[in-house]
Design a protein around this ligand. Structure first.
Ligand SMILES: [Mg+2]
Length: 424
């Protein structure tokens, strides 16, 4: 029995999540904007057909979108994150080994049946995801991760494949690899694709069959590994346990420039609370914290400042991290500057399993355990009843600086108050 590697990828994921919770949007041209309603970051296929470009600033195209009757949504990352978790947990029930690669992508390892044909498995999985979550997915199958990536690209591009492409079931692999431009090969960035094109290497097939020594001289062992992968030899294993994060950050642009220390305190506190939650979810503690802020790159004079503090004892307790962050915020604040962005970075992360205590500090283990339980309770309440159910006083006054989300759809999967009520 041979093994195959598949890449499962959500189609137009952000838009699909919006359509899933608001079915009146299906079949409509829909776009999703980046933070602060900045640029277009996702388009439904109907919006693509109207030639609406990806990455276009919203303010430049606002009127055209209105004329074309395109539905506009502000980004809603709590919805996308929640849908992603549901998708991954469903996939893990139906795939043998699963590596979550991004918010909407997962590599899986599957055994080929005696017929060798994985189409029935893939069709069933697509139907299951659609039935449970209302999300369309594409499945690309090969014998390595790089092949699975290319197959997934073909599954999306070739309409006759109905969202499934198995590179090893096709009679003409040469033809299909030739149809994939070099820019779409996994691991070939913009610079490398230029280098390839200068050498007459224009597509995946030509990269696979080019002289190995040329590739080695440019990319070293990574190039050789990529070539092996394209030929179907799996060199990159499926990583079931995600590697431990070294840093975790939360940063946002403001909806309007801010100039007061009070508002900067409030913004930084909001990000620290979010980052501390992330640390606890990742089962990690931070050994250092950095806070930064800046003005717009176009403002004169440009102001950009950061400050870091080392913690005596690593922590993921919001109160401890808030105290450090607030004193750092005072250090980086400068009056009369139009600040448009701030953020926090949690550094020197370590697992909660082994705490490295400071020899010079006194510990009250009972107090530490009590604080841990308190954080756990707050997280559980916020998870169950929605973000901000239990909040920190510093975040409570209204936040007129928070990012623009004028076109926010409903958030019914993460806020109890948004769950639709049906009367019968
Ligand atoms: Mg996707």
């Amino acid at each position: 029995m041979s093994q195959a590697t598949a890449l499962i990828d959500g189609n137009n994921f952000y838009v699909a999540c919006e359509q899933s919770i608001d079915p009146s949007l299906s079949g409509q041209p829909v776009i999703v904007l980046s933070n602060n309603d900045g640029c277009i970051v996702a388009r439904s296929s109907e919006a693509r057909a109207l030639d609406i470009p990806m990455g276009q600033p919203y303010f430049k195209i606002r009127h055209k979108l209105k004329q074309l009757d395109v539905v506009v949504r502000s980004s809603n990352y709590s919805l996308y994150g929640d849908m992603s978790q549901r998708l991954m947990s469903l996939l893990s029930q139906h795939c043998e080994q699963l590596e979550i690669y991004s918010i909407d992508e997962a590599f899986v390892q599957v055994n080929r049946p005696y017929s060798y044909d994985l189409h029935p498995w893939a069709r069933q999985l697509r139907a299951l995801v659609h039935q449970n979550l209302g999300l369309p997915i594409s499945i690309g199958i090969g014998t390595s991760k790089s092949q699975a990536k290319l197959a997934n690209y073909l599954a999306k591009k070739v309409s006759t494949q109905a969202g499934i492409f198995d590179l090893h079931m096709t009679k003409d692999q040469y033809h299909w690899l030739k149809a994939i431009d070099i820019e779409h090969v996994w691991g070939i960035g913009r610079q490398l694709s230029k280098w390839c094109r200068r050498r007459g290497i224009n597509n995946a097939q030509e990269l696979r069959d080019m002289p190995s020594n040329e590739l080695r001289s440019k990319l070293g062992v990574i190039g050789i590994r990529l070539q092996h992968e394209l030929r179907g030899e799996a060199c990159l294993p499926i990583e079931i346990v995600p590697p431990q994060k070294r840093e975790t950050s939360v940063s946002r642009s403001f909806g309007r420039p801010i100039t007061s220390l009070e508002e900067l305190h409030q913004a930084v506190s909001t990000y620290v609370i979010r980052a501390s939650e992330k640390l606890r979810r990742q089962k990690q503690r931070a050994g250092a914290i950095t806070v930064f802020t800046r003005t717009s790159t176009f403002s004169q004079p440009f102001y950009n400042q950061s400050a870091t503090s080392q913690l005596n004892t690593p922590s993921n307790d919001t109160a401890v991290l808030l105290k450090e962050a607030l004193s750092l915020t005072k250090q980086i604040f400068k009056p009369y500057r139009l600040l448009i962005k701030a953020g926090v970075v949690m550094q020197k992360l370590q697992s909660i399993e082994h705490l490295q205590p400071n020899l010079l500090e006194q510990y009250n283990t009972t107090e530490l355990q009590r604080r841990e339980l308190l954080m756990q309770t707050i997280d559980n309440l916020n998870r169950r009843y929605g973000d901000g159910t239990v909040n920190w006083a510093i975040c409570l006054p209204s936040r007129s600086w928070s990012m623009r989300r004028e076109q926010l759809g409903c958030i019914s999967t993460t806020q109890v108050s948004e769950v639709p009520i049906v009367s019968a």
